[in-house]
Design a protein around this ligand. Sequence first.
Ligand code: SF4
Length: 469
Amino acid sequence: MNLSMDKNRPSAENNRPLIDTHCHLEMSAFDPDRDGVMERARNAGIAAIVTVGSDLEGSEKAVMLAGKYDFVYASVGIHPHDARDYAPEAAERIRIWSREEKVVAIGETGLDYHYDHSPRDIQRRVFEKHLDLALELGLPVIIHSRDAKADTLKILSASGVSRGVMHCFSGDMEMAEQVMAMGLYVSFAGPVTFKNARSLQETASSIPDEYLLIETDAPYLTPVPLRGKRNEPSFLLHTARKLAELRGVSVDDIARITTLNAGRLFGIGRYPREGKIAYKIRDSLYLNITNRCTNACSFCIRFHSDYVKGHNLRLGHEPDLSELKEAIGDPSEYREVVFCGYGEPLLRLDLVKALAAWIKERGGRVRINTNGHGNLIYGRNILPELAGMVDSMSISLDAQDEETYTAVCKPSLNGAYSGVIAFVKEAVKYIPDVTVTVVDAPGVDVERCEEIARELGAGFRLRRYNVVG
Ligand code: SF4
């Protein structure tokens, strides 16, 4: 299945497929109308569903449903509620099912100290067995954890498991950070839409794109505004809308990000392997004209991922002017066209000038995101050359002094920090709107950076560590 090519898939408000990474299609709640549920899911733009077994019977049904519906995949395991029923033959049955082509994960497993339906020592032992099995089989794990933070983290970190998801996440940001540090994804379901879920919503707004997943957990946890009804995969769009609102992006962005993540975790579908030269985030178009940079910032995403908001930005080659014009199309369709991408755009100054002039001629707005090394690179003041063709500029300051800058940004040019300061001073003379940006990386004095920005006559924007785009 090619997730980016399904032209027959109508969608309420976006043209991106969503993946429901966790539901229980095998449960009896769907017996009366399962085919209808599947049809509504397709019509709502759900490109794939992972149906998750909670016990042996449910796991067997999940495998059977994955065989019946082309866009359904299965996970097999024993829920902590049923851990007391775990017997030695369970591991063997799970091992056999895992060889099926469409079994993509082990679980649902984990710990539930809220209901305590199974004794806690048995829950812990069964969780450990699932984790061992997942490692042995090379599959990711789907983890349930409720009111069991300390034991979940302890068992996970001892296990060595680094592929999986904390499903229907209900923990705090500290827990999220610890599981992400182990390499696990964090998935949000209907509860993030609930009115009294402020703390969960704060967590959902802070998870970095590359760890975010979405799910229904149907038939449970129906999102607002459909609470009271049985949940089903077609309702996923409501949770996607809430996540988009919380994170200040579009539903299209959420779909692209979470579908890429689900595809990579579970091996479902195909995802973009070619680097994009123009990509949309919210209502702006971003240009990726080089992957080269004169910095090597400790927080730079290009050192650990090829993707920003689900777009692959690892270029096979640096695009020329005609390729970029073709990729942009009509620049007036966007709020602004931003020179950004996985590198320093002013390393290609002549191309930036030619393209910026072309965009302006067609009624577009131009912004350049730069590390402020332009004058050092060319040994002259390049700002007058950009006057009249650039509407706004974001310049990364990222430190309050040379020493911190060198430690955080690892520049390849001598005198880089004072060069950035001098660049900002010149930029405010020639560019109508100049903003100094700072990432709140460890060691950075954000307040002092803001003072410096004001002293230089520029605006200021704080960028959160781990949030890109
Ligand atoms: S300046 Fe930007 S592109 Fe260059 S290393 Fe730093 S974060 Fe990455």
